[in-house]
Design a protein around this ligand. Structure first.
Ligand SMILES: N[C@@H](CCC(=O)N[C@@H](CS)C(=O)NCC(=O)O)C(=O)O
Length: 61
């Protein structure tokens, strides 16, 4: 599971939940103003955080 987040953004909420539930996860940091980079648009075409890639490859955003 991988959470894409941006410091100071609403992605803090799912980040806290993932910490609370104790499930292992990776973080993908997205810098403010750089959400339109092709690497991140491939995860979320809207260029918004949070975006969560689940173990089976599904993407929640
Ligand atoms: N999850 C919502 C959007 C969440 C959202 O607005 N995220 C903000 C941060 S709280 C964001 O990513 N802003 C970056 C940008 O618009 O460039 C959606 O996909 O419609």
């Amino acid at each position: 599971m991988k959470l894409f987040y941006m410091p100071g953004a609403c992605s803090l909420a799912p980040h806290i939940v993932l910490e609370w539930i104790g499930k292992p996860f990776e973080l993908g940091r997205v810098e403010r103003g750089k959400t339109r980079k092709p690497e991140f648009l491939a995860v979320n075409l809207a260029g918004k955080v949070p975006a969560l890639i689940e173990e089976d490859g599904r993407i929640l955003n």
